[in-house]
Write a protein that binds this ligand. Structure first.
Ligand SMILES: [Ca+2]
Ligand SMILES: [Ca+2]
Ligand SMILES: [Ca+2]
Length: 679
């Protein structure tokens, strides 16, 4: 924020003080003339006259000594209204607007719309740059854009605020469940459906496909264009990396390989209420949500509530003094001592450094304990859901935000959208740590966060170790053995890849066979499976920048199009077809979605389990060893009787139950999904 006039105003104020001092010089003499206990009428007249002269001279001096200050510069101005719209019949009413502008002191706000009413007086900060205004929206409020007028004694500023009809809840706000198959898309790197937004006027020069840290052109239209591909793959929900408007110029603070970077990843918002211009518009976003819903695909938004981007306008002009934890000049650096967050006896400074410290020492850490910040963020979440109809949220950096805030936030989301679901990112391999953050139980801190789901990172690492590196497979059931620590392990989001880790195929020892096993596990075990874009065609990328590579065929001029069979190489096609077969089995076989998980056999490199719902049983058996293995196990506990024939839906033959058990001869690095034959 520019404050160029401050020096001039300061000079003018000094001069006013001088004039006041001159006018005061006669006071001692007059006091001597005054009779004790009585203030002569002439004295009041004199004071009034002096006051008038002082004020007159102040005004003159302000004009004279403030070079460049025109009279209209003290008129109010509005730069932004958050939120820009709301809908009728919302569970949140009134809505609190945060108006950012200039000269907002002593303002009155008016609406001319029927059914829209201002509640109370605006609260304006002392700099006059923010006004908090409560707006009550009656159920009969007229939909449309309405003019908001902010009036001070120096003028009127106008802005628009839109009243929306509440979205019909059919096929919207659906949440997610183990019946879904999620697919994480790095928005900038998946598909460029609109080259006209690749180098937008608002942010020229940030597009460069040869630079790993610049925009590559992927956008919302690109996702719309690929809905058929995703549908064919068996995807029922898309998690998109953040579409918030990120900063419009190179990031000179966060250097990557010694050069400025960009906010192509979306996690550095400069505006929580706008869509990044490289990705499209809010209208295009609504189109994507509607088009996805029309083909049975849900949309999951990636939200950030822990911090803002390093160039957010709030940084130099926060709406309240406690908007951030610390200031740009003075704040804690994040120490990432996350273990202290579930420690009943934490070293307070370590915990504070983790909760309130700024990521990388430059991402401004929002203070959710400030009631205005909490209210702003809660409304922001509701706004994205309520104005688009999206179905779920993946919340970034969950653990760095206080549970006391999450409790209010999840309650507000659930109140308005009862079926909605949220998955939190707690990036940690320890079940003890991760499970602490799941809602559904009051923890030692006296709080139930209300969080539905977590990304299952404790299972992610054993999956990588076993299926990519070929290490012991029993690390997987050993991790699942800790499921009792979760309030609900069945809603955890299981994954073998994501945008913050190198790709599966770039792990030491990874093969297509291993990738197939890992997908077979994720798509048949408990939880909500999540795929990472490009893993279905065995894309590689060993680190964070390269794991976010461009999907081949998604961009103009690409040499081949891996969205089509013709464009896929043989091993890409092998992986793609296998994963598609798995998603189809999951959709077909109810036990794979909602069945309880029953472990049947575990050895260092073999693992077999059943998924059971009612009398329906599916048995999944892995041999992760590089040599064939025969192993036998009892299946009577899942209700399968002697003589039942089990057929492998992945084509490795069949097996007949005898003496309550089965004997399997599993080829090297193989998996079977056995289903009892009908006869
Ligand atoms: Ca584009
Ligand atoms: Ca931008
Ligand atoms: Ca924080």
């Amino acid at each position: 924020m520019r404050r160029p006039k401050s020096h001039s105003v300061f000079s003018a104020c000094l001069c006013v003080l001088c004039v006041s001092a001159v006018l005061s010089n006669s006071k001692p003499q007059r006091r001597r003339e005054r009779r004790e206990g009585a203030e002569p009428f002439s004295s009041w007249v004199g004071m009034l006259a002096r006051s008038l002269i002082t004020h007159f001279l102040s005004g003159v001096l302000l004009l004279v000594f403030a070079p460049g200050a025109r009279p209209q510069s003290i008129a109010p101005q509005i730069f932004k209204v958050d939120p820009p719209s709301w809908w009728t019949r919302s569970s949140t009413n009134p809505i609190r607007l945060l108006i950012r502008g200039r000269n907002l002191q002593n303002s009155q706000v008016q609406f001319s719309a029927i059914g829209v009413r201002i509640v109370g007086a605006p609260r304006v900060d002392e700099r006059g740059t923010y006004a908090f205004v409560d707006v009550s929206i009656a159920s009969n409020a007229k939909a449309g854009k309405h003019e908001l007028r902010l009036r001070t004694s120096h003028g009127v500023a106008r802005a628009s605020f839109e009243i929306l009809p509440a979205l019909n809840g059919q096929n919207r706000f659906q949440g997610f469940s183990p019946s879904d198959v999620l697919y994480l898309i790095m928005l900038d790197r998946f598909s460029d459906g609109d080259p006209s937004n690749n180098d937008p006027p608002q942010s020229r020069g940030l597009y460069d496909r040869s630079n790993k840290f610049y925009y590559h052109g992927g956008d919302l239209q690109g996702v719309i264009n690929r809905l058929d591909y995703l549908k064919d793959l068996g995807i029922t929900a898309i998690w998109l990396t953040p579409w918030y408007d990120n900063y419009d110029h190179p990031n000179e603070i966060e250097l990557k390989e010694d050069k400025p970077s960009t906010g192509f990843h979306g996690y550095n918002p400069q505006d929580f209420y706008a869509v990044e211009e490289h990705f499209g518009s809010s209208q295009k976003l609504r189109e994507l949500v509607d088009r996805a819903h029309s083909v049975g695909i849900k949309i999951i938004q990636d939200q950030v509530m822990n911090h803002t981007g390093p160039y957010h306008p709030w940084l130099n002009d926060p709406p309240t003094p406690t908007w951030f934890n610390g200031t740009k000049q003075s704040h804690l650096n994040n120490a990432f001592q996350t273990w202290t967050l579930h420690d009943p006896r934490p070293v307070e400074l370590l915990k504070r450094e983790t909760m309130e410290g700024w990521f990388l020492n430059f991402l401004p850490d929002l203070n959710q304990s400030d009631p205005e910040v909490a209210r702003y963020l809660i409304q922001n979440t509701l706004w994205w859901i309520g104005t688009t109809g999206l179905d779920g949220i993946r919340m970034d950096t969950w653990q760095y935000v206080p549970n006391s805030f999450w409790k209010k936030w999840t309650a507000a989301v659930r109140k308005e959208f009862p079926n909605f679901k949220v998955v939190g990112e707690v990036k940690d391999g320890d079940v003890v740590h991760t499970s602490f953050f799941q809602g559904g139980a009051v923890r030692f801190d006296g709080i139930d966060s209300g969080l539905d789901s977590l990304l299952d990172f404790p299972l992610f690492y054993p999956i990588r170790h076993a299926f990519a590196e070929g290490k012991a497979l029993d690390e997987v059931p050993k991790t699942l053995a800790k499921d009792y620590l979760y309030t609900n392990p069945n809603i955890l989001v299981t994954l073998l890849g994501g945008h913050d880790d190198g790709r599966f195929m770039s792990e030491h020892g990874a093969t297509i066979a291993g990738l197939k096993l890992a997908n077979a596990f994720v798509l048949t075990t408990r939880g909500v499976p999540q795929l990472y874009y490009g893993d279905e065609i065995a894309m590689t990328g060993a680190d964070e920048p390269t794991t976010r590579g461009d999907f081949p065929g998604g961009f103009p001029g690409d040499a081949r199009n891996a969205f089509t069979r013709e464009g896929r190489r043989p091993e890409e096609q092998e992986a793609f077809e296998f994963i598609r077969k798995l998603t189809r089995l999951r959709h077909e076989l109810e036990p794979l979605r909602s069945g309880r998980l029953v472990n049947l056999y575990v050895s260092p490199q073999q693992y077999a389990y059943a998924r059971v719902v009612g009398k329906s049983v599916v048995i999944v058996a892995f041999n992760n060893d590089v040599k064939a293995e025969q192993f036998a196990f009892d299946v009577s506990q899942v209700g399968l009787i002697n003589g039942t024939r089990l057929t492998d839906r992945l084509g490795n033959g069949s097996s007949v139950i005898d003496v309550g058990g089965i004997v399997l001869n599993q080829p090297p690095r193989s998996v079977s999904i056995f289903v009892p034959s009908k006869n």
